[in-house]
Design a protein around this ligand. Structure first.
Ligand SMILES: [Zn+2]
Length: 61
C-alpha cells in the first residue's frame, strides 16, 4: 500500500491521479513510480549498510 501526498498542499494522492484532488496541481505521470524507486534505493542502501556493519564490527570468538 502506497501513501502518497501532494508536494504542493500535502493532500492525499492516489498513484493513478493525474492531478492533485485537493489543490488541482498537475502531477508528473511517474509521481508514484519515482517514489517507489526512491524507497528501493533506500532499502538497498540499508542492506549495504547492514552488511558493512557486520564486516566492520570485530568478532570476539
Ligand atoms: Zn495538492
Amino acid at each position: 500500500m502506497s501513501n502518497l501526498s501532494c508536494k504542493h498542499c500535502g493532500g492525499e494522492l492516489k498513484a493513478e491521479n493525474q492531478e492533485c484532488p485537493s489543490c488541482g496541481i498537475p502531477l508528473a505521470p511517474d509521481h508514484a513510480e519515482s517514489r517507489q524507486k526512491r524507497f528501493i534505493i533506500f532499502f538497498i542502501a540499508l542492506v549495504i549498510f547492514c552488511g558493512a556493519m557486520v564486516l566492520l564490527v570485530p568478532h570476539f570468538d
